[in-house]
Design a protein around this ligand. Structure first.
Ligand code: ZN
Length: 102
């Protein structure tokens, strides 16, 4: 009896989404992610969050051209940040009972 080879067809997932992670201007960790949401054909909004220091900026880029790439948003954010105009918020750090974050 021949061995039956279980051939599972593994279709490699094509990940189109490029990880849009940049260096955070505040804590300089490379965990600054920029999420762009398209509102319609022409306008979009972007939210900037840092996974390390909890920085959030969801006010400065609520109305950007839909053609903007995360890198464009990042460049503008750096400008704002450096001029002290960025509306940065802190992520509400949950002070749960000694739960270790990874
Ligand atoms: Zn940060």
């Amino acid at each position: 009896m021949g061995r039956r080879r279980k051939r599972r067809k593994v279709i490699p997932k094509k990940i189109v989404k490029i990880p849009t992670v940049f260096e955070c201007p505040r804590c300089s960790a490379k965990t600054l992610s920029i999420t762009i949401k398209k509102k319609d054909e022409y306008r979009a909004s972007a939210v900037i969050t840092c996974g390390t220091c909890g920085l959030i900026d969801d006010e400065d880029f609520t109305d950007i051209p839909a053609i903007y790439q995360p890198v464009d948003v990042y460049a503008k954010f750096i400008d704002l940040f450096n001029s002290g105009k960025a509306k940065i918020k802190e992520r509400g750090l949950e002070e749960s009972s000694g739960e270790e974050g990874s």
